[in-house]
Design a protein around this ligand. Structure first.
Ligand SMILES: CC(C)(COP(=O)(O)OP(=O)(O)OC[C@H]1O[C@@H](n2cnc3c(N)ncnc32)[C@H](O)[C@@H]1OP(=O)(O)O)[C@@H](O)C(=O)NCCC(=O)NCCS
Length: 183
């Protein structure tokens, strides 16, 4: 089932008051989705690091990272985050997560398009992201949305774990370009 009714789906900014529920949602999504991709130990390690309250608060307050919530009929079912990258006019998509029961209905693409439009609005000309090489579903979604694999990267994240990712990039249209689809 696709959610064609504009009333059913909302994408809203997440502020500090939403970070706790966002972290709880991340735990549910990661524990359902990632066991086929990374080990349980790595899931717990990464959740504890990336979604700790102080990490999320610092993302928001000091790293200029914006968070967005995706709601379906008022229920918080997914989120994304976006922030500046080291180069000028480049932004990084840090997170894009939906509850598995909502996958495959066009919602991930909508949230991604929303983030692309936000990045354009903020002056970015390129968006980059990292995705686990074994996350074939996400890789397909990104490729179908125009991202290309730029590099293979392996990052030591401590605790004996590595992130074995592809760095993907997409050149963004400028604001006013009709190919830039905004919600
Ligand atoms: C990645 C994710 C956000 C995609 O969201 P989604 O709602 O499932 O994807 P959509 O339904 O919007 O699909 C977007 C496109 O990808 C395609 N697609 C979706 N799942 C696919 C799959 N398993 N295989 C091939 N193509 C797929 C769809 O067909 C669609 O293309 P279309 O519009 O031309 O039909 C979602 O699956 C998710 O949250 N995954 C878990 C977390 C994750 O991996 N996040 C990314 C971290 S880098």
């Amino acid at each position: 089932m696709k959610f064609d009714s504009p009333d059913a789906v909302e994408i809203l900014p997440a502020g500090e008051e939403h970070l706790e529920s966002l972290a709880s949602l991340a735990v549910v999504i990661w524990r359902q989705y990632y066991p086929s991709i990374i080990s349980w130990a790595q899931i717990d390690y990464m959740l504890a690091g990336m979604y700790a309250p102080e990490t999320l608060r610092a993302d928001l307050a000091h790293r200029e990272i914006r968070f967005f919530r995706l709601l379906v009929a008022g229920r918080f079912v997914g989120f994304a985050s976006l922030g500046p990258a080291s180069a000028a006019q480049v932004m990084k998509l840090h997170k894009l997560y939906l509850l598995p029961e909502f996958h495959g209905r066009g919602l991930g693409r909508r949230l991604l398009q929303y983030c692309e439009a936000e990045a354009c609005r903020l002056g970015a000309r390129r968006l980059l992201l990292c995705v686990n090489k074994r996350n074939l579903r996400a890789l397909q979604v990104y490729q179908q949305s125009g991202f290309i694999i730029a590099e293979s990267i392996t990052v030591n994240i401590g605790g004996g774990f590595v992130m074995d990712d592809f760095l993907m990039t997409k050149d963004l249209p400028t604001v006013g370009d009709p190919t830039l689809r905004c919600l």
